[in-house]
Design a protein around this ligand. Structure first.
Ligand SMILES: [Zn+2]
Length: 202
């Protein structure tokens, strides 16, 4: 958690950082969505993906990252907005596996315009809040369907499957601890701090 971050949050070199003032504007499940989103960027190798595109100017950095960062899936989308949606989708799964109520997690999209004053300026790289909200809601529905059917809790697109040894066992062990009626409880709306004035709705 840092002060004076130029955006609400970011992920790079295996670290996820969130702006202190942004954190104070969200409730805990929404914070889990933000951190899950940033962790997803790291796990999906989006940092390396971005640096590869800057190459050869970043060749020294690239060599370091190739050894230390997860490698992106070959089907990683070129459109930065699509990578943001991928991070939202996997991020919701990470938050749900951590035990947060996924429909509460999905309400993060309602808070985007309030998260940081720059959000309205970065929509060239980020999808509209409405699109993210719909995706997060659909992800929560799918997560609960998989949980109730005892299927492995991972997003459907193969490019979002996090792969390392024991990943599947870890997810299984984690999801066995989840109680579907709790994790899949409907969101209580509106959130107490959702009454704060919205700055913009784009
Ligand atoms: Zn992002």
């Amino acid at each position: 958690m840092v002060d004076e971050l130029p955006t609400a949050a970011y992920a790079f070199m295996g670290q996820q950082r969130i702006n202190r003032s942004s954190m104070e504007r969200v409730n805990e499940p929404q914070l889990a969505a933000v951190l899950g989103h940033e962790m997803a960027h790291s796990l999906l190798g989006h940092g390396l993906f971005n640096v590869r595109r800057l190459s050869p100017h970043a060749i020294h950095l690239l060599g370091l990252l190739e050894r230390s960062e997860p490698h992106p899936h070959p089907d990683t989308p070129d459109d930065p907005r699509a990578r943001e949606l991928d991070a939202d989708l996997l991020g919701l799964y990470l938050a749900g596996l951590a035990g947060y109520r996924v429909f509460e997690v999905a309400t993060m999209a309602d808070r985007l315009p309030d998260l940081h004053p720059t959000y309205a300026d970065v929509t060239s790289t980020h999808p509209k809040a409405k699109e993210r909200k719909e995706l997060l809601y659909r992800a929560a529905v799918r997560f609960c369907e998989q949980l109730r059917k005892g299927q492995l809790l991972q997003p459907d697109p193969v490019r979002l499957h996090v792969t390392y040894e024991s990943r599947e066992e870890e997810v299984r062990a984690r999801q066995n601890l989840l109680v579907a009626d709790d994790v899949c409880a409907p969101a209580e709306a509106p959130q107490p701090d959702a009454a704060a004035p919205a700055t913009t709705t784009n």
